[in-house]
Design a protein around this ligand. Structure first.
Ligand code: KG4
Ligand code: ZN
Length: 333
């Protein structure tokens, strides 16, 4: 019955979770609101906030799980990819905790952990399955052969899907992070109102920078012709942008499924919280005869539960690291 403490600090969420025998008992997430007024995450401010948030988050995770720190069998932490200063806070905490309690230290790849969030609750996908991981920093199509045996089939050549949402929101004058706001405005809008171009990228890679530019020109032209256009049509614009981002993602996912013959299909990462993506994936899965896996909202965006569950499987495999471990800003899946 291993008890694993998981720590996540790769971007702007400080999170701590307790996993007992593969079951999540607590998952505390401290959001950093300081970045809103800057329109994006400011790395230096993120590191400082992690430093302030980490101890209270860990203490609350212990309290909610009714676990004492003496009983922890191993500590798992996000080693990368992410902002180096942010990663350093979680890494240093984990190393100190492991040293003080003389327990094993487990390094976790954040992008693998987003995928392994599917093992937090039943029903779980069967290997091999396909996972589209869509977050603020990444857009990856991954063939998941085993817990830690993953093959990258395609990825974005420029902006991530979450960035496409956030940058569009910025163009529309919405606050950061704009993804959830686009989602909200899209509800009640007509997704067919405006047609934004679909990037023509061969294979299973993605590109979102052209879409962002097309949206910018569209807005500028419409505002010039008719001041106040964006505000008056915000629901239709958001619904149309969202529909395009979703169709780009799902077209590649469908191609990957056809090419690999895999029928268990999952999504992960912050953008998998998007209601348009969730609905369209369910509909597509039904047409294609897939088993579709979508994480619960709290396990889509950054959280330590996914780090703790990844830690659980590494613990079972005796896969530990030493005190010399250092965080990695970039780290392949
Ligand atoms: O996985 P995540 O929490 O952090 C990273 O590792 O990047 O993903 C954050 C991203 C942001 O770009 C945010 O705008 C986007 O996920 N996001 C959404 C929604 N909720 C979060 N995008 C569209 N619709 C949503 N409902
Ligand atoms: Zn993430």
């Amino acid at each position: 019955m291993p008890i694993i403490l998981g720590i996540e600090s790769s971007c702007d969420e400080t999170s701590a979770a307790i996993c007992i025998d593969g079951k999540i008992r607590s998952n505390i997430i401290a959001n950093q609101t300081i970045h809103e007024k800057y329109g994006g995450v400011v790395p230096e401010l993120a590191s400082r906030a992690h430093q302030q948030n980490i101890i209270p988050a860990v203490e609350q995770a212990f309290r909610e799980a009714k676990v004492h720190k003496n009983d922890v069998d191993a500590i798992a932490f996000t080693r990368g990819p992410g902002l180096l200063g942010s990663l350093l806070v979680g890494t240093s905490f984990a190393k100190a905790f492991a040293l003080a309690r003389n327990i094993p230290l487990i390094d976790v790849n954040h992008m693998q952990a987003h995928i392994l969030a599917h093992f937090i609750e039943e029903p779980v996908p069967r290997f091999p399955f396909l996972c589209l991981t869509v977050s603020g920093g990444h857009t990856q199509l991954v063939l998941v052969k085993d817990y830690f045996d993953m093959e990258l089939l395609g990825q974005t050549l420029d902006d991530a899907a979450g960035e496409a949402f956030d940058k569009t929101a910025k163009i529309l004058g919405l606050p950061y992070p704009g993804g959830p706001l686009i989602d909200r405005y899209a509800q009640g809008g007509n997704p067919l109102a405006y047609r934004f171009p679909e990037p023509q990228i061969p294979g299973l890679n993605f590109s979102f920078s052209g879409l962002k530019t097309a949206i910018l020109y569209f807005m500028q032209q419409k505002e010039q012709e008719q001041p106040g256009f964006v505000q008056a049509n915000i629901h239709d614009i958001c619904a149309s942008v969202q529909a395009r981002i979703v169709s780009v993602l799902l077209n590649k996912l469908r191609r990957a499924a056809e090419a690999s013959g895999v029928r268990d299909v999952a999504i992960a990462g912050g953008v998998s919280a998007n209601s348009g993506l969730r609905q369209s994936l369910l509909a597509l899965g039904e047409r294609q005869g897939w088993r579709v896996f979508i994480p619960r909202f709290e396990y889509c965006t950054d959280n330590a539960a996914m780090i703790a569950i990844a830690g659980h499987y590494k613990y079972e495999a005796d896969d530990f690291v030493g005190q010399e471990v250092a965080p990695l800003a970039r780290w392949a899946v």
